[in-house]
Design a protein around this ligand. Structure first.
Ligand SMILES: Cc1cc2nc3c(=O)[nH]c(=O)nc-3n(C[C@H](O)[C@H](O)[C@H](O)COP(=O)(O)OP(=O)(O)OC[C@H]3O[C@@H](n4cnc5c(N)ncnc54)[C@H](O)[C@@H]3O)c2cc1C
Length: 492
C-alpha cells in the first residue's frame, strides 16, 4: 500500500449497503475509505437478487425491515434521477390462487397499512386478469396491488452510489480484504487488511455474508450469518412483456415465494427458491432448484417461455437468527457499527440503512459537519440504445466511438464502454464492463463482444491483453499466444 492510511471511518464491504453508506457519509467533512475484497463492487449478494424495490407490506411492524423498507422505497424516488440509474415503479401483485389464500391478502394489506405503505388495494380476480392477461385463468382469489413497488438493476444502483461517493471524496479500495478489526482498550483503532493497516476510530461492518466473521475478529460474537440460496432463470427480452408488474404468490414462512417479474432492462425472470446451505461462496445453480422454480412459476402462468432462457444464476441471502436486520453499535467494542444480516428487502432499504448508520456513528461521537460543496448528483450517463435516431446521429457526429456498436445484442457502443472504464468507480474487468454497460448480457452472453471488450480494456487501461481478466484474480482470458502490446483490431 506504500503510505500509511488513516481515515475517520472505514466501511467494510462494497455491496449496496456499503456503497449507500459511503455515499451518505460523503455529505460530511470526513475521511472515508471503503474496502472491498473482490475486484469490483457489487459482486456479493447485491449482484444476484430479484432487483425489486419492495413496497413494504411484507415485514412485520416494529421490525427494522418494515421501517427501513418503506423509508428506502421513498428515498429511491429521488435517488434514481439524482444518481442516474434506471428505476421503474411497475407495482406488484400478491396473487391468491383461490379463496383459501384470501385471508393472507387481508393480512398483508393490514400489515402494509400499519407499516405506512401508500396505495395498497385488494383487486378481484377479474381485475387482476385485466391487468395481467398472461396469468393463469384459474386465479380465483384476487390479489393485493401495491403501486409503489419498483424494479431496478441492483448492481447499477451500487455503482451509482459508489460513483457519487467517490465524486464526494470517498476512497474506494477493491481487492483489499479486511482481515481483522483492530481494537485497543475495547475501542476500534483500525483495520488490518491484505494491503496493510488502515487506522480509523470508526468501522462500519457491511460485509454481507462475512459480517459475523469480521465481527468476531474484534471480539464481538453476538451474531452469526447463515447463507440461504436463491436460484433464478433469466429470459430474453423478446418475452419481457409477458407480465407488466412484479407477480408474487402468497408468501410462506421463509420466503416471498417464486415470483415472475420484468427486469428494468426489459428481460423477464422467475425465482428464487430458498435453501439454507453451509458454503458462503456456493452460488451454483442446481437441477432441483431449476425444477422447483419452474413448478412454482407454473402456478401463476401457463406458458413459461423456457426456450427463451438466456441465463441461470443464484444469490445468497445473509440471514440472521431472528430474521431482522442487525443495524446497531456493537455492545462490546466502541466505534464498531454493524449493518449485518441484510437479507431481503436490503436492496430497497439500503439508503435508509445508510441514514441510520450515520445517526449511530453520530451517537458514538463522530462529528457530522456538512460539506458546503457536496454534489448530490452524478453527471448524466448516455445510453445509446435508448435514444432516438436523430440523437444517435448527433452523438456519432460528436464522437465517432458512438458509431461502433460493440455489443450487438444490447446495442452498446464503444463510447459507453470507454466511459464506464473511466467512471469515478471505473470498470477494470470484462464483467465489470458488462455490469455497468450491459455489453455481454444479451442472448449471446458475450460470445461476440467479449474479445472486443477485452481489447478496449487493454487499450484504455494501458495493460497487455493477457493481463485483462474476466472477473476474479485467476480469470485471465488470454495467455501468451496474443501480442502483449494490445494490438488487436476490435472495430471489424
Ligand atoms: C435470492 C435473493 C433475492 C433478493 N431479492 C431482493 C429484492 O428483490 N429486493 C430487495 O430489496 N432485496 C433483495 N434481496 C436482498 C438484497 O440483495 C441484499 O439485502 C443486499 O444485496 C445486501 O447487500 P450487502 O451490501 O449487505 O451485501 P453484499 O452485496 O453481499 O456486500 C457485502 C460485500 O462485502 C464484501 N466483503 C466480505 N468480506 C469482506 C472482507 N473481509 N473485506 C472486504 N470486503 C468484504 C463482499 O465481497 C461483498 O461485496 C435478495 C437477496 C437474495 C439472495
Amino acid at each position: 500500500m506504500g503510505e500509511k492510511l488513516q481515515a475517520d471511518v472505514v466501511i467494510l464491504g462494497g455491496g449496496i449497503v456499503g456503497a449507500a453508506i459511503a455515499r451518505e457519509l460523503s455529505r460530511y467533512q470526513l475521511d472515508i475509505i471503503l474496502l472491498e475484497k473482490a475486484p469490483d463492487l457489487a459482486m456479493g449478494t447485491s449482484k444476484a437478487n430479484s432487483g425489486i424495490i419492495h413496497a413494504g407490506f411484507d415485514a412485520h411492524p416494529d421490525t427494522l425491515k418494515a421501517k427501513l423498507n418503506v423509508r428506502g422505497n421513498e428515498l429511491y424516488h429521488q435517488l434514481a434521477p439524482d444518481l442516474g440509474f434506471s428505476i421503474k415503479f411497475v407495482g406488484s401483485l400478491v396473487v391468491a390462487k383461490d379463496e383459501a389464500e384470501q385471508p393472507m391478502l387481508q393480512e398483508l394489506l393490514d400489515r402494509g397499512r400499519e407499516n405506512g405503505v401508500p396505495g395498497l388495494e385488494i383487486l378481484s380476480a377479474q381485475q387482476v386478469l385485466t391487468k395481467e392477461p398472461n396469468l393463469t385463468a384459474d386465479i380465483r382469489g384476487g390479489a393485493l396491488w401495491a403501486p409503489t413497488a419498483g424494479i431496478v438493476c441492483p448492481f447499477q444502483a451500487v455503482f451509482a452510489f459508489a460513483d457519487n461517493a467517490v465524486i464526494n471524496g470517498v476512497k474506494i479500495m477493491t481487492e483489499c480484504e479486511a482481515q481483522s478489526i483492530a481494537t485497543s482498550d475495547g475501542q476500534v483503532v483500525g483495520v488490518e487488511t491484505s494491503r496493510g493497516f488502515i487506522g480509523a476510530r470508526f468501522v462500519v461492518n457491511a460485509a454481507g455474508l462475512f459480517a459475523d466473521e469480521l465481527s468476531r475478529t474484534a471480539g464481538d460474537d453476538s451474531f452469526t450469518i447463515q447463507p440461504r440460496k436463491g436460484e433464478y432463470i433469466l429470459f430474453d427480452r423478446k418475452v419481457g412483456d409477458l407480465v407488466n408488474s412484479v407477480i408474487f404468490p402468497t408468501p410462506n414462512k421463509v420466503s416471498k415465494g417464486i415470483l415472475i417479474a420484468p427486469t428494468v432492462h426489459g428481460n423477464l425472470f422467475i425465482g428464487p427458491n430458498a435453501e439454507d446451505i453451509d458454503d458462503k461462496c456456493d452460488v451454483s445453480t442446481t437441477c432441483d432448484g431449476m425444477n422447483y422454480i419452474i413448478e412454482g412459476a407454473g402456478k401463476l402462468i401457463d406458458r413459461i417461455p423456457l426456450a427463451a432462457c438466456i441465463a441461470q444464476f443464484a444469490g445468497l441471502r445473509a440471514t440472521a437468527a431472528d430474521g431482522d436486520f442487525i443495524i446497531r453499535s456493537s455492545t462490546t467494542v466502541g466505534g464498531l457499527i454493524h449493518a449485518a444480516g441484510i437479507q431481503s428487502p436490503g436492496l430497497t432499504a439500503a439508503p435508509a440503512i445508510a441514514e441510520m448508520v450515520a445517526e449511530l456513528l453520530n451517537e458514538q461521537g463522530l462529528d457530522l459537519r456538512e460539506k458546503p460543496d457536496f454534489q448530490p448528483k452524478n453527471p448524466p450517463q448516455i445510453h445509446f440504445a435508448q435514444l432516438s435516431v436523430e440523437e444517435q446521429q448527433q452523438l456519432i457526429a460528436q464522437n465517432p466511438l458512438y458509431g461502433r456498436v460493440i455489443c450487438r445484442c444490447e446495442t452498446v457502443t464503444e463510447a459507453e464502454i470507454v466511459a464506464a472504464i473511466h467512471a469515478p468507480c471505473g470498470a477494470k474487468t470484462v464483467d465489470a464492463v458488462k455490469r455497468r454497460t450491459r455489453a455481454g448480457t444479451g442472448r449471446c452472453q458475450g460470445g461476440f463482444c467479449g474479445p472486443r471488450v477485452t481489447a478496449i480494456l487493454a487499450r484504455e487501461l494501458n495493460i497487455p491483453i493477457p493481463a485483462v481478466r474476466k472477473d476474479t484474480a485467476e480469470s485471465n482470458l488470454f495467455f501468451d499466444k496474443l501480442p502483449a502490446d494490445g494490438e488487436v483490431n476490435c472495430h471489424d
